[in-house]
Design a binder for this molecule. Structure first.
Ligand code: HT7
Ligand code: ZN
Length: 855
């Protein structure tokens, strides 16, 4: 496979100011005529290279005349325009959307036609430079059978419609904003709409439409409310107004990712649009809100200012994730949102940074760009933006982003452009900070307190190391902003000032002030930097911080660290002292009435995977055993507390206030703790909650608890759930998911059976992820010592790759963590990677992931 390097970037030789597309739509055959107005930018004659993927050029015309001066170069079309400096190049192609199982380009989903062009899908529709630094104005005419495709949508505004021959109709759409081809979109189908409008700060009325299949309109209200909140928030916080008269969203069931920010026509996975209390959990509601906001925010961070090349992906994705995180924090509890975001980072990005697929947020090379839509580019990218905002504060950060948008509006920009705008707008030197863009790996910070007995002065010694990652054996020290505070041992001096320490050398010593005894250290408060802090703190200190720290994230972190220390000790065979954890959980629970959402997050045990991340060699079985034992111990010791939480009636499912969501969350945690005990009535209690639930949050929590056990109630509840929701694909996904999450020892066999279930299909990425994504996150099941889990995953990758290589390749990374496991498991994992690589015709996507994972 060809490796593409960031440093090989060259500006385009031809610009394409105008694109006119003509579609004759059909599910099995769509004819496309593309007219590209091209203008040469190179000084000397240069062939026009138009990228294609599985396309045949049926005819080529130049300035209206049939043209023979073209040839195919592999999948691409090369047009020789002699010494012309401008021309209109027309190409006819024909595609089969129904056969497009990759879900890239133009494809059919539930009898509708839709597109996905990012990153390189446009070249599956027509020949085009298909690179993000080629921006064009688009004019799109589409014609199709009126009964099959009553609704015809594209980017921008609909400027004309009409009737055609033989029961067809047509629509003409124009988008006034120049855009790269990856933002092109077309949708044709039988859809219904939830319409609303939004009036911008400057008084312009924007028509809003959310398009779904008949019967789903009533499940779009939360998405619509989220959209309007996002539009208002972006005006208030970033001064960004929407810039078209129309904003449409279409929900499709078959989609490779969450959603797509096409200009004026977002296309969404139904999972992130449809929600009602009966079918969506509170977490699903939050997912809808966050993804609607994310895609909307891209209108500025991504569309108005786009990326020069795909190495700059984090320019739009990291910044937009930071923006959607800030938005969600403002809509609910900022503390809980920060905890959730850090949990995602630690679960998805830290392992990436520590494994064979580690890459900087601005990668240096790739074989297949789809493999780089990663937690590193997105979530670590967001942390890098957050650190800049932390260092300069909100007002100066806003000056920096204003300058960025002003300077680069209408351009294809780079990460460097962003950093320079923050430097100039906010007045900060980010020279050393730029290393965050080029160095991979999670920095580790060793923190050690030292006191002078005579003077009572204490200092904090900090030392940073950045582990080697593929291609980067040695790292330079980074600039790491750490929010730090020290508390007096008696807890009296709670007003000790917080410091923002800018650690810019390998080592530093930070004066903390005078303390009567060793102070209690609160470090990396708010998770101000995406690092791992190694700091020896006694259980008593952690318990005190968990109860008294004035930073909620630090309180959460202290309790998690206490749990983690206890679990790691137990897994390593040391005598487990569970009393401190039980006491700290009890104390935290005392605050449940005031802030149930925070308490629910704080008292959750660290995941099995995160416990494994603390160990040199992961022992999945010991981790499972000790985590369950601690869960049962907490469940039993605090039984009356958990029962009291559950005795308090659940808020109505229609109440989506943060307080109601928090109470439901805490009830779910209480049920899980009780479920882990040996109490005889636990299954009946869970079943009663399952049966009485008036909404999906409680229903799913109860089902998940039951799914871990082997009671009669388990089978009964799973059956009821299946019968009730078998016709609702998004809810049926949950049925597959809870079984794949199960802590039962036979989960591998259950997953194998579920993969043969009549409702399982490789054609739908949501269904594949529901079963296999949940399964690979189930550490002890996936890592069953006989390798059955690895085999199951490799079988799936091999079966899925020919149909949908992008989704298949995204499931490979768990096999690449073999270095972290014992020799026997490592050998089995490597063997499965080898088996995948040996498949004839393996995609570029899977080849890159599997071959890099073997190194
Ligand atoms: N910008 C969008 C990326 C995306 C995508 C990428 C590859 C293949 C399919 C895809 N669907 C959407 C999503 C986002 O970050 O907003
Ligand atoms: Zn995005």
């Amino acid at each position: 496979p060809v490796t593409i390097h960031r440093t090989a970037y060259r500006p385009p030789e031809w610009r394409v100011p105008e694109v006119a597309l003509d579609f004759a739509l059909g599910l099995e055959e769509t004819r496309v005529t593309a007219a590209l107005s091209v203008v040469r930018d190179a000084d000397a004659p240069a062939p026009l290279v138009l990228r294609g993927d599985a396309l045949t050029a049926e005819a080529v015309r130049v300035d209206g005349e049939a043209w023979n001066g073209w040839r195919m170069d592999g999948p691409d079309l090369v047009v020789d325009l002699g010494d012309r400096t401008a021309a209109v190049v027309e190409v006819d192609t024909r595609i089969d959307p129904a056969a497009n199982s990759q879900l890239m380009g133009l494809y059919a989903s539930n009898s509708m036609l839709c597109t996905q062009c990012e990153a390189e899908g446009f070249r599956r529709i027509t020949f085009h430079p298909d690179r993000p630094d080629v921006l064009s104005r688009y004019r799109v005419r589409m014609e199709g059978d009126k009964a099959a495709f009553p609704i015809l949508l594209s980017n921008g505004n609909c400027v004309a419609t009409g009737e055609g021959e033989g029961g067809t109709h047509w629509a003409l759409w124009e988008d006034p904003w120049p855009k790269p081809s990856y933002l092109f979109a077309l949708v044709a189908g039988d859809l219904v709409v939830n319409r609303d409008h939004f009036t911008t700060l400057s008084g312009r009325r924007v028509e809003l439409g959310i398009w779904v299949r008949a019967g789903d309109q009533d499940r779009t209200h939360h998405a619509m409310a989220s959209l309007k909140h996002s539009m208002a928030w972006d005006e208030q916080v970033y001064g960004r107004e929407y810039d078209l008269d129309l904003f449409n969203i279409v929900a499709v069931s078959d989609f490779n990712m969450g959603a797509m920010e096409n200009k004026g026509l977002n296309v969404f996975n139904t999972r992130y649009i449809l929600a009602d209390p009966d079918t969506a959990t509170d977490a699903d509601y939050d997912g809808v809100e966050g993804v609607v906001a994310h895609e909307y925010f891209h209108n500025w961070s991504g569309n108005r200012v786009t990326c020069r090349d795909w190495f700059q992906l984090s320019l739009k994705e990291g910044f937009t994730v930071y923006r959607d995180q800030s938005f969600s924090a403002a809509m609910g509890s900022a503390a809980v949102k920060r905890i959730e975001d850090v949990r995602v980072l630690r679960a998805a990005q830290f392992p990436e940074d520590a494994g064979p697929l580690a890459h900087p947020i601005r990668p240096d090379s790739y074989q297949e760009i789809s493999n780089f839509y990663t937690a590193t580019v997105y979530n670590k990218g967001a942390e890098i933006i957050r650190m800049m905002a932390t260092m300069v504060g909100p007002e100066r950060f806003r000056r920096g982003t204003d300058l960025y948008f002003d300077r680069h509006d209408g351009e294809a920009a780079t990460c460097e452009d962003f950093v320079r705008a923050i430097e100039d707008g906010a007045g900060i030197d980010l020279t050393q900070f730029r290393l965050w863009y080029s160095q991979a790996g999670t920095p580790r910070i060793a923190a050690r307190l030292e006191g002078d007995a005579a003077s009572g002065e204490w200092v904090l010694h900090l030392a940073q190391t950045i582990p080697p990652t593929p291609g980067q054996p040695d790292k330079a020290p980074m600039l790491i902003p750490l929010r730090i505070k020290a508390f007096d041992r008696d807890g009296a001096a709670q007003d000790t000032a917080e410091q923002l320490v800018l650690l810019d050398h390998a080592d530093a010593t930070v004066p903390l002030g005078r303390f009567a005894g060793r102070p209690m250290l609160s470090i990396n408060r708010g998770f101000s930097a995406p690092v791992i802090v190694d700091c020896a703190r006694a259980p008593g200190e952690l318990a005190w911080l968990a109860a008294h720290d004035d930073d909620p994230f630090a309180r959460y972190e202290a309790l998690q660290q206490l749990m983690l220390d206890t679990l790691v000790a137990a897994v390593s065979g040391e005598a487990a002292e569970r009393g401190a954890v039980v006491d700290a959980v009890r104390e935290t629970l005392a605050g449940a009435a005031a802030d149930p959402a925070f308490v629910a997050e704080a008292v959750l045990l660290p995941s099995e995977a995160f416990i494994g991340d603390q160990m040199v060699t992961v022992d999945p079985d010991a981790i499972r055993r000790e985590r369950l034992a601690l869960q049962a111990a907490i469940g039993e010791a605090l039984e009356s507390e958990w029962r009291a939480i559950l005795a308090d009636p659940a808020p109505p499912a229609t109440d989506l206030s943060p307080a109601a969501k928090g109470r439901r969350r805490l009830r779910g945690v209480a049920l899980a703790y009780l479920g882990a005990t040996a109490r005889d009535d636990a299954p009946a209690l869970a079943f009663a909650i399952f049966s009485d639930a008036d909404g999906m949050t409680e229903r799913q929590a109860a089902l998940a608890t039951l799914a871990h056990g082997d009671s009669d109630e388990r089978a009964h509840a799973l059956d009821i759930f299946y019968q009730r929701y078998r016709d609702n694909p998004l809810v049926l996904d949950k049925w597959f998911q809870v079984q794949a999450w199960s802590l039962r020892p036979d989960t591998v066999d259950a997953v194998r059976d579920l993969a043969r279930h009549p409702d399982f299909t490789l054609a739908n990425p949501n269904r594949v992820r529901a079963l296999y994504g949940a399964f690979t996150a189930n550490q002890a099941a996936f890592h069953r010592p006989d390798g059955a889990g690895y085999r199951l995953l490799a079988d799936l990758v091999i079966a899925l790759d020919p149909k949908n290589p992008q989704t298949a390749a995204r499931l490979i990374p768990p096999l690449g963590r073999w270095k972290r496991f014992d020799e026997a498991r490592a050998a089995l994992m490597k063997a499965e990677l080898g088996r995948i690589l040996a498949q004839p015709g393996l995609s570029r996507d899977a080849t890159e992931q599997a071959s890099k994972s073997l190194v």
